[in-house]
Design a protein around this ligand. Structure first.
Ligand SMILES: *Cc1c(COP(=O)(O)O)cnc(C)c1O
Length: 373
């Protein structure tokens, strides 16, 4: 293997395991934990993350795509996998593998899956999704009366789970969550009246797990908290989470610019003093967001230093004038912890007007993930 450029993400598996144990405690004895590892485990690397969580005792995994489920199986993951993101025409047979669980959102898809299962001589366990107010996917409560008898006719599908998703759980005082839970309860009653016996009842994402108690559920579906970030600012200071992703690079070049010199495209940074600029081999093609131009911060030798000028595709410059002893090859932390200091995904997200989820997902495939146990 040729030596790679010094830009990589360290994945702290001890932190991941710590966060999982926190989730497990919060879920309590009566609930199973489905660890959401969609989108390559929110950019952390699904194979390594799922392996660590499976050995820590995760009961199920959740992914968005059938392709993601197959990737986990290829990596040796044996736990059941719930595919949250639908069943597209032509994919039906892909769900016949043991313990790959489809989510049913609509009758047309259910019929198509049932027909495929029937011709393969299979009975498929599936979860049905209720749209209690997310306005995205699932059956509305008002549809259930007509839908359930139709689902009953699909002899090759078995309803093993009933689930819904919360729209505003990350705002703990928002009254709409209680309304969604109430709709979910009514849906469960209807499902049972139609003589289905779902084993799994679930609605909790990370925010709901830590902000609401929904006693009838026996499975929780946390994602973001496993990775050590908060569902929203409402949880600040309340959860003992440890960030898992630490994005690092090192200084490729140092140059001193005289007062008045410009840096990078558009000369959006002009040196107002003789300025020591360090060039980093990382850019927006790696997911270092271009909106961090002139406002991002990184850690060098225990100090926070600012991004200088426009973030380029493959390069980013920082102003290290105030870092004593700075040298080519010094480690630079873009996200995560170094020398007891933090660049948190929450801070970064606020600067560029997004959420930690997107910050993690944006770290591109070009950046190797290195798992540290
Ligand atoms: C992504 C997702 C989750 C996890 O949400 P977090 O906010 O990351 O905990 C749970 N359920 C469904 C259906 C999801 O799509």
């Amino acid at each position: 293997m040729p030596v790679a450029r010094p830009t990589h993400v360290d994945i702290d598996l001890a932190a991941l395991r710590h966060n999982f144990r926190l989730v497990r405690r919060q879920a309590g004895a009566g609930r199973q934990v489905l660890a959401v590892v969609k989108a390559d485990a929110y950019g952390h690397g699904a194979k390594g993350v799922a392996r660590a969580l499976e050995s820590e005792g995760a009961d199920l995994f959740g992914v968005a795509l059938l392709e993601e489920a197959r990737e986990l199986r290829a990596a040796g993951i044996r736990a059941p996998i719930l595919i949250l993101g639908g069943i597209y025409p032509g994919q039906e047979a892909g769900f016949f593998e043991p313990d790959l669980i489809p989510c049913i959102f609509d009758l047309t898809t259910a019929r198509r899956l049932n027909a495929a299962a029937k011709s393969a001589g299979r009975i498929l366990g599936c979860h049905i999704k209720i749209d209690t107010g997310m306005g995205r996917v699932g059956f509305f409560n008002g549809e259930l009366q007509d839908m359930l008898p139709e689902l009953n006719k699909l002899a090759n599908l078995r309803i093993d789970g009933v689930m819904s998703h919360l729209a505003v759980a990350d705002e703990p005082r928002h009254p709409f969550t209680a309304e969604q839970v109430e709709r979910f309860r009514r849906a469960l009653a209807r499902v049972r009246e139609a003589s289905h016996r779902p084993r799994f009842l679930h609605i909790d994402n990370s925010a709901a797990l830590f902000a609401h108690d929904i006693p009838e559920c026996n499975l929780v579906r946390p994602g973001i908290v496993l990775y050590g970030a908060l569902p929203s600012g409402h949880f600040a200071g309340r959860l003992d989470l440890r960030p898992v992703m630490h994005w690092r690079t090192s200084i490729a070049l140092l140059k001193t610019l005289p007062t008045g010199s410009g840096v990078s495209y558009g000369h959006r940074f002009i040196a107002t003093r003789p300025t020591l600029v360090a060039t980093l081999p990382v850019g927006y093609a790696d997911g270092y967001n271009r909106r961090l131009t002139n406002c991002g911060e990184v850690l060098v030798r225990g100090r926070r230093v600012p991004v200088a000028g426009t973030v380029c595709m493959d390069w980013t410059m920082i102003d290290v004038t105030d870092v004593p002893g700075v040298q080519v090859g010094d480690e630079v932390t873009l996200l995560g912890q170094a020398d007891g200091q933090w660049i948190r995904a929450e801070d970064w997200a606020e600067k560029i007007g997004t959420i930690p989820y997107e910050v993690f997902c944006q770290v591109s495939k070009r950046v190797p993930r290195i798992f540290k146990s």
